[in-house]
Ligand binder design. Structure first.
Ligand SMILES: [Zn+2]
Length: 381
């Protein structure tokens, strides 16, 4: 916590008024003894006043600041939090032994980072309550590890400040087999949306896992400063792939991540794959974003990554006029990967990789609207 100064108390030796010659001598001796003691304690960094000062001072900042430092999975801000002040080695046990700060957490633990709440593709905004419900249901590491907002600390812009990111959690609880053109102007059609694959081991539906991870990603991106737009935040919707693409086009997001899980006849197939279209509006930038994205996802998860797939068979990609990437986060046909895709630990790693990859891309390629030119001609963000 900035601005806080550790205060150290010091001993003060108070003089005593002698009442008689004898007591005067006794008092002198006492004063001498006290003086020596005080000097000794001072030289040895008196333990009692140090503990007092630090205990009082350490409680407030540490209970909030230590948690995110210990558990930063899912956030892209790699900047380490200020390290612990040089407390004596006997002290740090005290803050960690304190009750967690969760009960005191405000309704929206990320209010310091939000630019205006969750924006839905239809333009409405989610209330703080809805966000909290989502966060608590999904148990995201981010929502539980965010520091409690401090009224005296200005929100720090994250690495994705101002970047508009769309998330399309693939599929929905019931597929829609009506057909729609696979691309604008195409005579070829595909079902509007399917219910996706399912886990060979977990038996969970892909649409559930996609949404579960999407909500964690949403929170992590918001914590990194991004404006996040979701095509859906519940499973029971009926939105076709073309409609999802059109939502994001109208919002003018900088990129859409379409979250999916893969399936293969071969149960040993596993790993992360990214799919983009070959040409047309947004294609080149989609491909450029893929590079840091897949690299970061490979780094955080340690999983195998496939080379980037260029495909023109996905209506959701073909109808996008903004950069759009289909993220196949893993194979639910592989029993081990299927289990991992449903584990909170692995989900957090996937999210961390996606946030890191996007943060890296946009730190080098900020959206044009976020670049400002100052009076002296310097270009800043
Ligand atoms: Zn899918």
């Amino acid at each position: 916590m900035k601005g806080r100064k550790m205060q150290r108390r010091s001993f003060r030796v108070r003089s005593v008024k002698p009442a008689s010659p004898l007591s005067f001598i006794v008092a002198l001796l006492l004063l001498a003894a006290l003086g020596v003691t005080a000097w000794y304690l001072d030289m040895n960094d008196a333990p009692i006043p140090t503990i007092d000062a630090d205990t009082v001072d350490a409680v407030a900042p540490d209970s909030g600041a230590e948690t995110p430092a210990d558990d930063s999975a899912g956030t892209s801000d790699e900047t380490p939090l200020p390290t612990q002040p040089s407390y004596p080695t006997t002290i740090p046990a005290a803050p960690t032994a304190l009750p967690t700060s969760e009960p005191a957490a405000p309704a929206n633990p990320m209010s310091g980072f939000l630019l205006g709440g969750t924006a839905y593709a239809d333009g409405s905004n989610a209330s703080a309550t809805e966000q909290k419900e989502d966060g608590s249901v999904t148990q995201t590491p981010d929502s539980t590890s965010m520091p409690a907002p401090d009224a005296t600390v200005e929100p720090v812009p994250g690495p994705l400040a101002g970047v508009k990111i769309g998330i399309d959690p693939g599929h929905q609880s019931h597929g829609n087999n009506e057909r729609e053109p696979v691309a604008p102007g195409s005579s070829e059609t595909k079902p509007k949306v399917s219910s996706g694959t399912a886990g060979v081991s977990t038996r969970r539906n892909e649409y559930e896992v996609n949404l579960e991870i999407a909500l964690i990603l949403r929170d992590a991106l918001q914590a990194a400063g991004a404006e996040v737009y979701m095509t859906r935040e519940i499973n029971d919707v009926n939105i076709s792939n073309v409609e999802r693409a059109q939502m994001m086009n109208e919002l003018g997001v900088d990129v859409v991540l379409r979250l999916h899980c893969n399936g293969s006849e071969n149960q040993s197939t596993h790993g992360i794959g990214l799919y983009v279209k070959s040409s047309g509006e947004g294609a080149a930038e989609s491909q450029a974003i893929c590079e840091p994205l897949i690299q970061a996802m490979g780094e955080t998860t340690g999983s195998r990554t496939e080379s980037i797939h260029i495909r023109d068979t996905y209506s959701g990609l073909n109808w996008s006029t903004v950069p759009s990437i289909l993220v196949e986060m893993g194979y639910m046909s592989n029993p081990e990967e299927d289990q991992k895709l449903s584990s909170p630990e692995y989900q957090a790693l996937l999210v961390e990789g996606m946030v890191n990859g996007l943060a890296e891309y946009y730190s080098m390629n900020p959206p044009a609207r976020l670049i400002t030119v100052t009076d002296d001609g310097a270009v800043g963000e």
